[in-house]
Design a protein around this ligand. Structure first.
Ligand SMILES: NC(=O)c1ccc[n+]([C@@H]2O[C@H](COP(=O)([O-])OP(=O)(O)OC[C@H]3O[C@@H](n4cnc5c(N)ncnc54)[C@H](OP(=O)(O)O)[C@@H]3O)[C@@H](O)[C@H]2O)c1
Length: 239
């Protein structure tokens, strides 16, 4: 995992990542954030005391808190829970925030949601509808296996830097999301409006394989391989 060395200019006042969900993806993002010089507030469903181990591992930049505290503290808030839990999120505490949504719909885990089964909407649009229009949802980090997310991060300008797709309806929120990705070690590819997130949902060519060494083999059984912005655009065009 890479580590940011020295202070960076241009980040004044944008220094805390709030995480709702601190499992495979949330924990990985927390490690990248600490490595990138951000403060981190982690939370889960069971309460801060159950996150003492992860908080200790992350060190002095991290603290465990309630979901509402993580939402309030974060300059960015990442929601990274099983999709079925989205209606339990702290809606009021998230009002007005930029929310990055990593969730994916897996009916076997989440139960069937008709509007997703019939393709009339997407999981991120469901979350956006639930949170309301003052909160700006950006779909991000959902199409990469957590182990690959942990190992492919590189400093800005690195030749083998990897790109991740983002989708959202608010240009400013996407700009902020792009800043966060950069801080965590990734380039961003703007896939368009939130509805375009369907291009990198589970089952699409852009979901998983781009970040595996051999994209023709199951992505979660192998080592990571970098994917450039041009490659990600090509995958999105295929979806
Ligand atoms: N695993 C991957 O490689 C991967 C990759 C991309 C996207 N995703 C997606 O990202 C999301 C998270 O995946 P994951 O693998 O990180 O899951 P995970 O390891 O099972 O972690 C889920 C986290 O969400 C928390 N949580 C569950 N219900 C909650 C609620 N009602 N309120 C607040 N927090 C709650 C859990 O806390 P408790 O343990 O306290 O319940 C846990 O910290 C999923 O939608 C998944 O499909 C996963």
């Amino acid at each position: 995992m890479w580590e940011q060395r020295g202070p960076r200019v241009g980040w004044a006042g944008m220094a805390t990542l709030g995480l709702i969900g601190s499992g495979h993806i949330g924990g990985t993002l927390a490690r990248l954030a600490v490595g990138g010089g951000l403060d981190v507030v982690i939370s889960n469903s069971r309460g801060p005391e159950t996150l003492a181990g992860l908080a200790a591992e992350l060190g002095p930049r991290a603290r465990a808190a309630t979901q509402a505290e993580a939402a309030a503290a974060g300059d960015w808030v990442v929601v990274t829970v099983p999709l079925k839990a989205y209606t339990q999120l702290p809606r009021e505490a998230l009002a007005g925030r930029t929310v990055l949504d990593t969730t994916n719909y897996y009916p076997e885990r989440d139960g069937h949601i008709e509007a997703l089964d019939n393709g009339s909407t997407t999981s991120s649009e469901l979350l956006q509808d639930f949170l309301g229009e003052s909160t700006h949802v950006v779909k991000a980090f959902n199409n990469i296996f957590f182990k690959h997310l942990g190992t492919l991060a590189r400093p800005a300008g690195a030749q083998d830097r990897t790109a991740l797709p983002i989708a959202g309806d608010d240009a400013e929120a996407k700009r902020r999301a792009t800043e966060l990705l950069d801080r965590l070690g990734y380039d961003a590819v703007d896939a368009g409006a939130l509805a375009e997130g369907r291009r990198f949902q589970p089952g699409t060519p852009a979901y998983g394989p781009p970040y595996a060494k051999d994209p023709s083999r199951p992505f979660n059984e192998q080592e990571a391989g970098p994917a450039s912005a041009a490659e990600i655009r090509a995958y999105l065009a295929k979806s």
